[in-house]
Design a protein around this ligand. Structure first.
Ligand code: ADP
Ligand code: MG
Length: 697
């Protein structure tokens, strides 16, 4: 009788469930599922997350105090040690040919059930001194269960290490992949046209897969990874370029005419000259708006680089063509602020923008809606209230969205849908490196404002240690006495969250007691939005002098008289976040000061931060510090996961993927031709958003 597995083996396909593969039963299949492996294809694409070889592994005796190292050794002793403070520490002693090293896992007594004497472990982490050298591993991998099946790390030989899970060790995963690798590779098809692949000097897909799973050398594994990274970036760019084409495809297509009426009058009445960057951005925007294609552009610039006035020119270009323009901001405070700015700039033109907010009375809103639907009102600023169903426009020609990432795709679409085919200008105060911009915003055209207007937005940044806290606080008080306002930023709201960190509530209390002559306000994420707005309004009005806050203080909030920012525990913040915070000061004529007060010995990163105010440079530092995954995954909505590519290191691959995608979509917009069919299928399979974009018809 033929067994079930044999029968299935004859018809092995990439979408065969893993439980039908040899050596995998129901139980293993369940464990594999925890790693996201359901089909044979998933197993093939379960790639090593790191490689080790003799050159990257430090012999145990050479693991020095103060270093971060990776070591491999056999467990010769282990156990759980209680400490005086009641913490239970799991410890294991590793031995290799060079000697021994103790490893400790404080508070992880449960590891006693996982780690056994005789196993070979890969450990990596910092080495410190505590009755001798000790490593506190950040990561460990059980490479082998018994000495007999441990593979020696020979010079030049590379060992792939696989992501594993409880009950399913790296060793088992590796064994399973290895056992089925040849059969699975034989089933995978290279959809990249041969000629293209050769011109890019990348290995064929089967070769690349073999190289990442069974590399002869580290260089080989890297070549394989780059091929997989290219495919992934190409799919992403195909989708983004396609999205850009779809978004631009003019429906009723407004081609505005440069009438030089309102725009010229604004230019003549401005109290200052536009910067080079502003001129360039305006040329790009005007180019888009006067073309029959729809504009779909992102204006990226740090706080204080002058995005608002650029947006206003675009709005006036629409208005002088008898179209309406709407500017939507994520909060009432920001909307009010924009309205006030526009009002001021438009006063010489005898134009007034409308302001539509959720908290206005029904009668007020009704009146504004009426003026919008008749076309009597040409410019409007507002919040989410703008995209409400009850709002309709007479002829909406331009939509500007500030802090665009704070709105969901559908929200933006809801406002844009109120026009026939309005041009779209998105604003963001989060500068990102070019490599990232191409993956995140590859479907948009991007204009950047890199430099601030001369003499504007200058902030002197200083790093001071705990011992100098008193002097810093005296400085704040002296500036307060001169009428200046100050932000004090802390990482947590209450001490109960983290006993080792200074907290906003306690700080606000102690400053209020200490400076009875100054009014101290407090804002944090647990206050109701109205309460928070109220404190912020009083701060803006100068009634609150010192604002103690967590990171909730709005991006873009403009209080020119606030010239000081003290940041406690800056070591707890990412560089991009510190930069965003610092952007709240330096908004007036007076010199501004940002003072970082780290708890511990300040690290180089803080000095690097203090040395520059260029948001793009800081974004590069931030990216290098935190890596791509973090940036794209959690923080940026609308971002796409990139698994194999490493940016910015793979920037060259990204640029080539983009160029190839532009060529392909240019010649065959929906990738319908027979030779592009497979490429389309793969992109659609990888990125759910592509399904919609490539649906033809
Ligand atoms: P952003 O929105 O990019 O943070 P704003 O548009 O609020 O920046 O501009 C910051 C400040 O700089 C505002 O007070 C604005 O009036 C001023 N500003 C804008 N452009 C110029 C310029 N070309 N020269 C001088 N000041 C400018
Ligand atoms: Mg702004």
């Amino acid at each position: 009788m033929v067994s079930r597995t044999q029968r299935v083996a004859g018809t092995l396909r990439l979408d065969t469930a893993v439980k039908f593969l040899k050596g995998i039963g129901e139980r293993r299949a369940e464990q594999l599922e925890r790693l996201g492996i359901r089909t044979a294809r998933d197993l093939l694409w379960h790639l090593p997350h790191r490689y080790i070889d003799a050159s990257t592994v430090t012999p145990l005796v050479r693991a020095e105090v103060g270093q971060e190292v990776a070591c491999v050794g056999r467990v010769v002793a282990k156990g759980v040690l209680p400490t005086r403070r009641g913490l239970r520490i799991f410890h294991a002693v590793l031995r290799d040919e060079s000697g021994v090293l103790e490893c400790v896992w404080p508070g992880q007594a449960f590891l006693d059930r996982t780690i056994a004497v005789g196993q070979t472990l890969l450990v990596s982490g910092p080495v410190r001194f505590y009755h001798g050298r000790q490593m506190a591993p950040r990561e460990f991998v059980i490479l082998a269960d018994a000495e007999t099946d441990a593979e020696p790390l020979a010079a030049g030989k590379v060992l792939p290490v696989y992501p594993a899970t409880e009950g399913l060790s790296h060793k088992v995963v590796r064994g399973l992949v290895d056992r089925h690798l040849d059969a699975l590779i034989a089933l995978s098809e290279d959809v990249l046209p041969e000629s293209l692949r050769r011109s890019l000097a990348l290995p064929a897909l089967p070769e690349a897969l073999r190289a990442v799973h069974r590399p002869g050398t580290a260089a080989e594994a890297e070549q394989g990874r780059r091929r997989l990274a290219f495919d992934e970036l190409l799919d992403l760019q195909l989708m983004l370029i396609r999205a850009r084409t779809v978004a631009k495809r003019s429906r009723s297509g407004v081609a505005f005419t440069l009438r030089r009426d309102l725009t010229t009058r604004l230019r003549e009445s401005l109290p200052w000259e536009l910067t080079e960057d502003q001129h360039r951005a305006l040329r790009e925007i005007t180019g888009d708006m006067t073309a029959p294609d729809r504009m779909h552009r992102l204006l990226m610039g740090d706080v204080g680089t002058g995005k608002t006035v650029v947006a206003l020119f675009a709005m006036l270009l629409a208005a002088e063509n008898d179209f309406q323009a709407a500017l939507m901001a994520p909060t009432e405070l920001l909307a009010e602020q924009h309205a006030a700015t526009l009002e001021q700039l438009l006063a010489p033109l005898s134009l007034r923008p409308e302001l539509l907010l959720g908290r206005q009375t029904a009668a007020e809103k009704q009146a504004i809606r009426a003026r919008l639907s008749t076309g009597q009102a040409r410019l409007v600023v507002g919040t989410h209230a703008l995209m409400q169903e009850s709002v309709s426009f007479h002829r909406l020609g331009l939509v500007v969205i500030d802090e665009q990432h704070r709105f969901g795709v559908e929200q933006r679409a809801a406002l844009i849908g109120k026009g026939a085919a309005p041009d779209v200008l998105l604003l963001t105060a989060t500068p990102i490196p070019r490599s990232l911009a191409l993956t995140l915003y590859g479907d948009l055209d991007v204009s950047t404002l890199r430099h601030r207007p001369p003499g504007r937005g200058l902030v002197r940044t200083a790093v001071r240690t705990g011992g100098q806290r008193e002097r810093v606080m005296e400085f704040v008080r002296a500036e307060g006495a001169k009428g200046r306002q100050c932000y004090v930023v802390l990482p947590v709201i209450e001490e109960s969250e983290r006993a080792d960190l200074r907290a906003a509530t306690t700080m606000a209390q102690s400053l209020a007691a200490r400076w009875p002559e100054l009014s101290v306000g407090l804002v944090h994420g647990r206050l109701k939005a109205e309460e928070r707005d109220d404190v912020m309004r009083r701060f803006r009005a100068g009634q609150v002098h010192v604002l103690v806050a967590t990171t909730v203080i709005e991006v873009g909030i403009d209080v020119p008289n606030a010239t000081i920012m003290v940041i406690e525990h800056p070591e707890r913040f990412g560089l991009a976040q510190l930069h965003q915070l610092r952007g709240r000061i330096g908004r007036g004529e007076a010199e501004s000061f940002c003072i970082l007060l780290p708890e511990t010995e300040p690290a180089d990163r803080l000095y690097a931060f203090a040395a520059t105010q260029d948001g793009f440079q800081i974004a590069e530092l931030d990216l290098a510090e935190r890596g791509m995954g973090d940036l794209i995954g959690a923080r940026q909505s609308g971002g796409y996961e990139v698994r194999h590519a490493r940016l910015p290191a793979d920037a060259d691959l990204l640029a080539r993927a983009r160029a190839v995608a532009i060529d392909l979509i240019g010649a065959d917009p929906a990738l319908q031709r027979a030779e592009n069919q497979k490429l389309r299928e793969r992109a659609v399979g990888r990125y759910p958003r592509a399904v919609e974009l490539f649906r033809v018809g």
